[in-house]
Design a protein around this ligand. Structure first.
Ligand code: 7TS
Length: 408
């Protein structure tokens, strides 16, 4: 099942580039992935030969654009095994998907004294909307703690669920900092048994492993196209029965059935949640990204990344004083965040950039998690289908240079 990485890289035009005279070693796919030619081509095709607004025109071009847009939705639905396409809502990104739930579901269902439970390993996109909802409603926001090993402390969960006050549990399917893959299906079972709904942030997992929303245990799941070889669009998947009960998030054209001077009726799913003209070419581009990833095979991508992350953690242990945060390679996806006591992560990233290596440095939009590990920031290498062990070797060489320049 091993991937033919040179053949995959050949499909990403960006890898023809040199950075500071060096081969590009792109290790920041957790922030956003690079784009393969078929995705670029699909979008150029729309803009050059097939563009019109959708769901309204009665001419050929508009009908073609509408069909291509809806075809892309169907591809995404199959990719995550949604029971029907009406459950797949096109949004701007994972962040907007989570905000949609916080407003449309949260406004109607969270009341004073209720509790919302999230985890200490969340991205800000899965923290701040719940903070704001809790504040608006006089609800409590509680956290499932993270252990020193970077795992969820599940022993605490019953105490957060037992009194029946918890109405919503939101958790990441994979941490963007630790790489941890929490037992989300188990967490969902506990949450459901306590009468709470479950929101999963799958921004770091849908791009890297196959996900079946019919067995995952989520009631809602959000992810972003730009992290999975696609353009800047996002998807919110939700259970049809819940989506049907909810009020719209944004109001305007396309999301209505009829509008009278004083009242309107909402369109059917998924259009009720897609107000205004969407990012048409981008949605079609996401369909092409799904085809691209499916053509390679999610199982093969996953296996490839598991091999790289094990190799990376092994090789990073050679760098003096470098500390990796998070669990061992079998319990994480292809993300490794680390800390070098002698060098600020920003300096690490700047020195690696001289070698053509792109890593992210900072808090990676997960400040509470960095607080929990008592570090202000970290450097992070994240891997995808176009990386290989040689990229890891170049990274380790670059880190030795960092230690030579800045180490004690
Ligand atoms: N959830 C997780 C787990 C993420 O990693 C990110 C983005 C988001 C949500 C938000 O995605 P967006 O597309 O709505 O912005 N994570 C990162 C990152 O790790 N570095 O840059 C963006």
């Amino acid at each position: 099942m091993s991937l033919d990485v040179p053949a995959i890289r050949a499909q990403f035009p960006i890898f023809e580039r040199k950075i500071n005279g060096k081969r590009l070693v792109y290790l920041d796919s957790a922030a956003s992935s690079q784009k393969p030619q078929p995705v670029i081509d699909a979008m150029v095709q729309v803009w050059t030969h097939g563009y019109a607004n959708i769901h309204r025109g009665l001419y050929t071009l508009a009908e073609e654009a509408t069909a291509a847009y809806e075809d892309a939705r169907a591809k995404v639905a199959r990719f995550i095994n949604a029971a029907d396409v009406g459950e797949v809502i096109n949004v701007r990104n994972a962040t907007e998907g989570i905000n949609l739930i916080a407003y449309s579901w949260g406004e109607a269902n969270i009341h004073p004294g209720d509790r919302i439970v999230i985890t200490e390993m969340e991205h800000h996109a899965n923290i701040v909307p719940w903070q704001a909802l809790a504040r608006r409603k006089g609800a409590e926001l509680a956290y499932i703690p993270v252990t020193d090993d970077g795992l969820l402390d599940l022993d605490v969960v019953p105490s957060l669920l037992d009194d029946g006050r918890t109405k919503l549990v939101a958790c990441s399917v994979m941490s963007n900092v630790l790489g941890t893959l929490p037992p989300v299906t188990h967490v969902a079972e506990m949450a459901h048994a306590a009468g709470a709904i479950v929101v999963m942030d799958a921004a770091q997992s849908v791009p890297h492993r196959s996900i079946d929303v019919q067995t995952l245990g989520a009631d809602f799941m959000a992810f972003s196209g730009h992290k999975m070889c696609g353009p800047g669009v996002g998807i919110l998947w939700g259970r049809r029965d819940l989506l049907e009960q909810m009020s719209p998030f944004l109001y305007g054209g396309d999301m209505i059935l009829t509008v009278k001077q004083q009242e309107s009726k909402w369109n059917e799913l998924p259009y009720k949640f897609e107000a205004g003209t969407p990012a048409i070419a981008e949605v079609i581009g996401l369909g092409a990204a799904v085809d691209f990833l499916s053509g390679i095979g999610m199982a093969a991508i996953h296996e490839h990344e598991q091999q790289i992350v094990a190799y990376a953690m092994n090789r990073l242990s050679e760098v003096p004083e470098l500390e990796v945060i998070g669990p061992g390679p079998t319990e994480r996806g292809a993300v490794v965040s680390f800390w070098l006591p002698a060098a600020h992560p920003h300096d690490v990233a700047a020195i690696l950039d001289e070698e053509g290596i792109c890593v992210r440095a900072g808090h990676h939009c997960a400040q509470p998690l960095h607080d929990r590990f008592c570090i202000p920031a970290s450097a992070r290498a994240s891997f995808y289908l176009y990386n290989d062990n040689h990229d890891v070797d170049v990274l380790v060489e670059g880190l030795h240079k960092v230690v030579r320049l800045l180490g004690r």
